[in-house]
Each structure stands twice: as C-alpha cells, then as structure tokens.
Design a protein around this ligand. Structure first.
Ligand SMILES: [Zn+2]
Length: 194
C-alpha cells in the first residue's frame, strides 16, 4: 500500500500496489516465491493449486490481508514470533490443502477477528467474514448438488462475485467505500491526514 499527500485539500490518497509474483532479491531465504503471500492466498488456490485464475481470488486475497492486519498488527507492528503467532496455521503448515481448510474454518468463527488495537472494527469484520462465508457455502452447495467438487461459480469468484461484494460494501452500514475520516470540506473526497 502506498500513500500520496494531496496538497490542495491536505488529504491523503491511499493506493494499492499489486506486485503479484514479485520476489525479494538478495534474501537469504530459500523459500519459493509464493511463501511470502501464502497467508493471503484464496482458499480455492490452496486446496486446488493450478486452478484457472479468477478475479475473485484476488478479492479474497485482499480480504485475507485485511483480516491479517486487524488480528496481528498493533501500532503498525507485527511482533509475533512464529511459535506464538495467532495465525501461524495460515503459513506454517506445509500442506497447502490443510492451510486452505484452516482458513475456511476461520470464516466459520463468530467473533475474535480483531485484536484490542482494532476492536472498534470487530462488528464490520464479522459482517465481512459472514458475507464471504455465505458466498462460499452457496458454491459448496452447488458443488454437492451437481457432483462437481471443483466448480467455480461466477457469482462467487467471477466478475459477478466481485460486483456482489462491491454492492455489499456500498450498501452495508457503515459503508466500506468511503473514507471514515475525510479531508476538510469543500473537498471531502480523500482520507484525513490525522
Ligand atoms: Zn481531498
């Protein structure tokens, strides 16, 4: 994520940079390139590696990134060691399918998605998790009924699914698509610098 100062209104523009398959050079790590993003991979890609890419996998990755931040970070710092990391089963298990199932199970939870630092967002994160869980469960029902275990529904992981989540973010309360604290009027379109 990047932040750009908007001088005329004293606001901030938040930008998402997608480095996709980028890899750190000069690192002593011998891990394959995707290990760094393993916690944020879509459940479908973890359980069925090599599946045709869908835009919804990126949407889900954004949701996992958000769920990670509000559970792990405090004042911008992630200080957990792997041993006591609250989400270690999202990356430390070598079996991708097990990680996928662990993350699926995470979506079944009712509460506890935020740490004390982000507790004011708990209700909104619960609602987001529920939305994703219900969309995935509908897909799972269709897979069961049609006996197609790898079926990907367009209204879950295709463009239709992306639009469904966007619509939900625009219509739920509080809305997800506008800054919570905005730059001063008369602009009011950017994030507040405070
Ligand atoms: Zn502004």
């Amino acid at each position: 994520m990047g932040f750009a100062m908007v001088l005329p209104c004293n606001g901030v523009l938040v930008k998402l940079h997608d480095f996709d398959l980028s890899k750190e050079h000069g690192s002593a790590s011998v891990a394959p390139h995707w290990t760094g993003t393993l916690p944020f991979m879509s459940i479908e890609l973890l359980i069925h590696p090599g599946m045709e890419h869908k835009v919804g996998f990126d949407v889900e990755a954004l949701i996992w990134t958000l769920l990670w931040i509000v559970r792990v970070y405090t004042d911008g710092q992630n200080t957990f060691k792997v041993k006591d990391h609250p989400l270690k089963n999202w990356f430390s298990n070598v079996d991708l399918a097990v990680i996928g199932n662990t993350k699926h199970h995470y979506l079944r939870g009712v509460e506890g998605f935020t740490n004390p630092s982000y507790s004011s967002l708990e209700g909104e994160l619960r609602a987001l998790v529920r939305k994703l869980y219900k969309m995935r469960e509908a897909q799972q029902d269709t897979r069961f009924e049609t006996n197609q275990p790898k079926l990907i529904l367009e209204d879950v992981y295709g463009l239709e699914g992306l639009i469904r989540i966007e619509d939900w973010m625009r219509t739920t309360s509080p809305r997800w698509d506008v800054p919570r604290n905005t730059c001063p009027e008369p602009c009011g379109r950017h994030c507040s610098r405070n």
